[in-house]
Design a protein. Structure first.
Length: 199
């Protein structure tokens, strides 16, 4: 029993340390969050999220359908979607000569009531990785829920080219639709991620 108590105590301490992590240099953006609600600490992670209001001047704000809310963490409940224009870009204030791990979260959540799988491109760059653009490629509307950047130590992922490209893409859905291909490409110095779906 004593051994069990020690294990539980150590687990609780580790959990507390993870939640109290140093967030220096972190950029955690809850896209579509109204400024009065910003900033806040996410209950699941303890990370501090801010509104995207000062990072982009285009798009409209929305929220996923209520049916999906119980399955999604707080930062992904809201979104910014872009019905107008072809290319809509976030301008981020990053530290020069610092590599970042970039995580973008897209939760459609039937926010528009159309129940149609979206298809759009995501461009990273070309200005020293300070812009992240959502690009309309057809009739569906680009959107984004969460944008996160984490600074990496200088010795982590040292590369010849100075930037890491596409690492992996995870598609999580209970839908019968599958991703057919993920295309990587270069376009004027920016990295393009494009996915297509098939029934």
């Amino acid at each position: 029993m004593e051994r069990h108590c020690v294990f539980v105590t150590i687990f609780v301490l580790i959990l507390h340390l993870v939640q109290a992590q140093n967030q220096t240099g972190f950029i955690s953006v809850d896209c579509g969050l109204s400024p009065p609600e910003s900033p806040y600490n996410a209950p699941q992670t303890g990370l501090t999220y801010t509104s995207d209001t000062g990072l982009i001047n285009t798009g409209k704000t929305g929220r996923i359908a209520k049916d999906f809310e119980p399955f999604v963490d707080k930062p992904a409940l809201t979104m910014r979607y872009f019905p107008d224009g072809i290319r809509n870009c976030y301008n981020l204030n990053v530290t020069r000569d610092t590599n970042y791990l970039i995580k973008a979260t897209f939760v459609y959540g039937n926010y528009d009531g159309l129940n149609v799988d979206p298809n759009f491109d995501l461009y990273l760059g070309p200005n020293l990785w300070t812009t992240i653009c959502l690009v309309k490629t057809g009739i569906s509307i680009p959107f984004i829920n969460v944008l996160e950047l984490r600074p990496l130590k200088k010795n982590v992922y040292a590369t010849q080219s100075g930037s890491l490209k596409y690492l992996f893409r995870m598609y999580v859905s209970n839908s019968s639709r599958r991703i057919r291909s993920v295309k990587m490409g270069q376009n004027h110095g920016s990295t393009q991620l494009n996915s297509t779906h098939e029934p």
